[in-house]
Design a protein. Structure first.
Length: 376
C-alpha cells in the first residue's frame, strides 16, 4: 500500500519480497475475520498483519521523503514542491477506491457505515470507533485512518526538522506508542480495544519503520539496529505473554511493542532478500499479485463477507460464522474483486503519478533524478 520514489533506493524493484509480506499481512487480517482464532491458535492474528502494514509504511514513506529531501537540496527544488508531489501521489493511490467503497457501502446501507459516515469520510474513523465502543463492517478502516493522519504530519517532520535532530524525533515518536497505551490503560477506563486503535498508540510501529529507513542510510547502522530490535522484540514478547496471562493490562500495553519490533526484523530481511524456499515463496507470482492488490483486498473483504451472508439468507443457504472454508471462499472472491479494481480503476489512476515527480525533470542534472542506493 505504499508509494515509491522514482529511481530512489526505495524503488520496489529492489524490494520485491515486500509484496510477499503485504500478502501475508492481508491474509492474516482476512483469517482473523473469518476463522475462529480463539479455537485455532495456529491462525496469525490480524493485529500482527496490521502492525506489519504500519512498519512497511513507516519504512517506505520515510525513505521516500529522505530521498526527496536529499534530491531537493541538491537541485534547489523547494520543500513546497516536494510536499505537493507527495500529497498528490498519496491522493491518487489511496483516495479513489477508498471513497468509492465508502459511498457504495453507505448507499447500500452496510452495517454502521451511515452512522459513522462523516468519520469515514474524513479519515477519523479510528477515533469514532474507539469512543463509540462498537465494531461494524467498516471497522477495519481504522488503520487506513491512522495511515492518512500519519501522512498529514510526517512529511513536514522529515522535510523540515534539522537533519541532526531527526533521529531524536523518530525515537520520540517510537516512545509515544507504548507510553500512550500504558497511560491510558492505567489512568482511564477507556475501552481496551479503543486504546490500541487511536493514532498515538500506533506510533511505535510507524516510528520503528521510520527508524529502519534512517538506519539504512548508514553502512552498518541497519544491521546493528535490526539486531537490537530482534533481541528487544523477543524479550518483550516473553514479558507480554506473561503479563497477558496474569491480566496485567498496563504492562501488556507497553510490551505490545514486541510486535512492531519483530516486524522490523522481518521487513529488513525481506528488503535485503530472504534466500531459499522462503524467499522464493515471498517472490512467487501468487504472493506478489496478492501484495500488489492488498490495499483493495484489505478494504473490500469485510463487505464481501457480509454480502455473502446477506445473499445466503435470501436464498436459504447458511453461511458459517467461522471456518477455513469461509476464509478460502472470502479470499478467493476478494482477490478477484481486488484484481478487477486494480486493473480497471486503481492502476489507470495510479499511473497519473508519473506526472507528479518529487523533483521535476527540469531541476535534474541531465534529466535524471538524484538518488541514493542502499548500502545494506
Amino acid at each position: 500500500m505504499a508509494d515509491t520514489a522514482a529511481g530512489g533506493y526505495l524503488d520496489q524493484r529492489y524490494f520485491g519480497q515486500l509484496n510477499g509480506l503485504r500478502a501475508i499481512a492481508v491474509l492474516a487480517v482476512i483469517a482473523t475475520h473469518t476463522v475462529d482464532v480463539y479455537h485455532r491458535p495456529w491462525v496469525v492474528w490480524g493485529e500482527e498483519g496490521v502492525t506489519l502494514f504500519f512498519a512497511i509504511s513507516g519504512f517506505l514513506i520515510t525513505g521516500i521523503l529522505l530521498d526527496a529531501r536529499g534530491s531537493a537540496a541538491s537541485t534547489d527544488t523547494s520543500t513546497g514542491t516536494v510536499l505537493r508531489a507527495f500529497y498528490i501521489r498519496r491522493f491518487l493511490r489511496i483516495f479513489p477506491i477508498y471513497y468509492a467503497t465508502i459511498f457504495v457501502a453507505a448507499l447500500l446501507n452496510f452495517d454502521g457505515v451511515r452512522a459513522g459516515f462523516w468519520w469515514y469520510l474524513t479519515y477519523t474513523s479510528n477515533w469514532y470507533i474507539a469512543f463509540d465502543e462498537q465494531w461494524n463492517v467498516a471497522t477495519h478502516a481504522w488503520s487506513l485512518a491512522v495511515e492518512e493522519q500519519f501522512y498529514l504530519f510526517w512529511p513536514l517532520v522529515i522535510l523540515l526538522v534539522p537533519r541532526r535532530a531527526l533521529p531524536w524525533v523518530i525515537g520520540a515518536m517510537v516512545a509515544v506508542g507504548p507510553v500512550t497505551r500504558g497511560v491510558l490503560v492505567t489512568a482511564t477506563d477507556m475501552w481496551r480495544p479503543g486504546i490500541d486503535i487511536i493514532t498515538p498508540s500506533t506510533f511505535d510501529a510507524l516510528g520503528l519503520g521510520a527508524a529502519l529507513a534512517w538506519a539504512w542510510r548508514s553502512e552498518h547502522g541497519a544491521s546493528l539496529f535490526v539486531r537490537w530490535c530482534g533481541i528487544a522484540g523477543v524479550a518483550l514478547l516473553a514479558v507480554n505473554r506473561i503479563a497477558a496471562f496474569n491480566d496485567a493490562d498496563t504492562i501488556a500495553g507497553v510490551t505490545r511493542m514486541s510486535i512492531p519490533l519483530i516486524c522490523i526484523v522481518v521487513v529488513h530481511a525481506a528488503c535485503r532478500g530472504v534466500p531459499g524456499p522462503i524467499g522464493r515463496f515471498l517472490e512467487s507470482t501468487p504472493m506478489t499479485h496478492i501484495g500488489v492488490v492488498s490495499y483493495g483486498m484489505y478494504l473490500l473483504h469485510p463487505f464481501i463477507e457480509q454480502s455473502a451472508r446477506t445473499a445466503g439468507d435470501k436464498v436459504g443457504v447458511s453461511v458459517p460464522e467461522y471456518g477455513v472454508v469461509l476464509f478460502v471462499a472470502v479470499t478467493m472472491v476478494t482477490v478477484l474483486a481486488s484484481t478487477a479494481s486494480w486493473r480497471l480503476f486503481e492502476a489507470p489512476i495510479n499511473r497519473r503519478k508519473v506526472h507528479h515527480p518529487y523533483v521535476p525533470a527540469a531541476h535534474r542534472a541531465d534529466g535524471e533524478p538524484v538518488t541514493t542506493r542502499p548500502t545494506n
